[in-house]
Design a protein. Structure first.
Length: 76
């Protein structure tokens, strides 16, 4: 039971980090980890955000190489 809950929280954290990475890529805005005074928490935060960047890169590479996705050429 505890292991399942731990996995659930880890997946939720990875999804949140991936969403933050997507926001950073699309808008240029990201959390300012340098504003965190404690170096340990800052390091964990940077690692957390790095995991999201990695997952986002893998998803993007999969979409680019997939026949199920096409580039949107419409003007917005």
């Amino acid at each position: 039971m505890v292991l399942g809950r731990l996995v659930h929280y880890a997946v939720d954290a990875a999804l949140l980090s991936t969403v933050v990475a997507g926001v950073r890529r699309s808008s240029g805005f990201s959390p300012d980890a340098s504003a965190i005074p404690d170096p340990t928490i800052r390091s964990v935060t940077e690692s957390f955000l790095g995991v999201g960047e990695t997952i986002f890169d893998m998803i993007q590479a999969t979409a680019v190489n997939s026949p199920y996705f096409k580039k949107d050429t419409s003007k917005r």
